[in-house]
Design a protein. Structure first.
Length: 182
């Protein structure tokens, strides 16, 4: 078998097995994400949603406002496991980076599944049907979307890492959306 088709087949098998092998999240990882989401909710409760009229015009004003807004946005919790994991001195290999990404992906996948189940349970029959259809379409979009970074790597050593990182970020975004925190 020529090398390129073999690499593509192996890549597919790795990606296909990810959900089954991504069970590497530590209890602390779940706690970190939960604490971050709780801190965001607390900030919103305490300070409100924020006000654009308070923003100073210009680039510096936009960046300062974005920094303040991040404390009110659940999406600022994306990376709460990954970044400290990457900062460990022993995380130098692609395999170690992949493990860090997989750990956070698992936590966001758990959050996504819990939020989806809660949304379905609270929905009217018509809304539940629409939610199921939307979630099925999202899964197709996620899978197609997360193939793109791997294609750019063209079989390179970072192919698996960029795919998992894509899965991590889009799964987190969908979980946050389903939690109603977007």
């Amino acid at each position: 078998m020529p090398l390129r088709p073999l690499l593509l087949t192996l890549s597919f098998l790795v990606l296909w097995a990810l959900p089954a092998t991504a069970e590497k999240a530590l209890p602390d990882d779940r706690a970190v994400i939960a604490a971050c989401l709780a801190a965001v909710s607390e900030t919103i409760t305490r300070e409100g949603p924020g006000n654009l009229s308070d923003e100073v015009p210009g680039v510096a004003g936009r960046l300062a406002a974005a920094a303040r807004a991040s404390q009110r946005e659940a999406r600022s919790c994306v990376g709460a496991v990954l970044v400290p994991c990457f900062q460990q001195p022993e995380v130098l290999s692609t395999e170690a980076m992949l493990e860090c990404s997989n750990r956070e992906l698992e936590v966001w996948d758990e959050q996504l599944n819990a939020a989806y189940k809660a949304a379905l349970a609270a929905a009217s029959p018509a809304m539940a049907k629409a939610l199921r259809e939307a979630q099925r379409a999202w899964v197709v979009w996620r899978d197609l979307r997360c193939k793109l970074p791997a294609l750019e790597q063209d079989g390179g050593s970072m192919e698996g890492a960029v795919t998992v990182d894509c899965l991590r970020t889009v799964t987190a975004a969908q979980a946050i959306f389903l939690m109603g925190q977007e």
